[in-house]
Design a binder for this molecule. Sequence first.
Ligand code: MTE
Ligand code: MO
Length: 311
Amino acid sequence: MKISRIANITPEALFEARRYFLKLGAGALVSSSAISNLLADLPQEANLNYTPDANPQKLTLNTFEQASNYVNFYEFSTDKGAPVKLSQKMKTNPWNVRLGGEIKTAQSLDVEEFIAKFGLEERIYRFRCVEGWSMVVPWIGFPLYKLLDYLEPNSNAKYVKFTTRYDPAMFPDQAKGIFSAIKYPYVEGLRMDEARHPLTFIAVGMYGKRLLPQNGAPIRLVVPWKYGFKSIKSLELIECVEKEPLNTWQEQNPKEYGFYANVNPQVDHPRWTQAKERLLGKLTKQDTLMFNGYEKEVASLYAGMDLRKFF
Ligand SMILES: Nc1nc2c(c(=O)[nH]1)N[C@H]1C(S)=C(S)[C@@H](COP(=O)(O)O)O[C@H]1N2
Ligand SMILES: [Mo]
């Protein structure tokens, strides 16, 4: 039923909806099901309504084209450009995310319900892939702690586990079975205090619009002080759990990838240095910053931990 979606829609979205209908011509509106179908599709078209980030650090943004044409999304392809075309038919609306584990009430929420409940804000973040490239992106979404507050995790909840959708009809690499690039579904995890940190973000958009499929539509995680692989895309399930989740890249190659994956220029990857990075669009490299430039905010989370051991 689409009625609940309409009930949750904001005044701004209704305003956009009216403009959209007028553009189509009122005569196009023949049945109520046509109206609700249009409303269901509308959020993909409309600009999102959000509180802008004042960008106090004056970070220079990468362009939307850069951030949306050079991606990592193995469910489509290990190639950086191929997911753009391969993901065009991905159906991201409606999209439910299941919420479970050690919380008060297991439930599932549609992406529109997340937006209605938690509101939207912009976060301009540095983003550093473990491979050595980086970018600066204005994400749109809400901090994960708002969702966790709403879910009321119990005292067994020590970690949050995230799982990408498993749908071989949607994701060609999942359909390859034992010949796939990595094991699916893609899984990630955070310690509860990391998950509750105010920088930890759930994104539904970037550059003022909904996420494009190749960037992890319709809803993904963004953890700016960790290597990009922690920022899991196209979420299907969020669970509060007791044990540290085995994340996909650690399972894939535990010598090269750990659970924490904090950006750290002093701890090299076994096959390359992490001291420098190439900002998308730049020819020369720049220094990688401790915790990707968020040391002041997050270093205390790891006080007393050997960052070479917990990499
Ligand atoms: N489900 C899923 N999430 C994923 C990936 C992936 O292949 N599948 N790649 C990760 C990696 S390695 C990076 S660097 C970022 C890239 O995000 P972007 O393509 O939006 O820049 O997504 C991360 N999230
Ligand atoms: Mo990455």
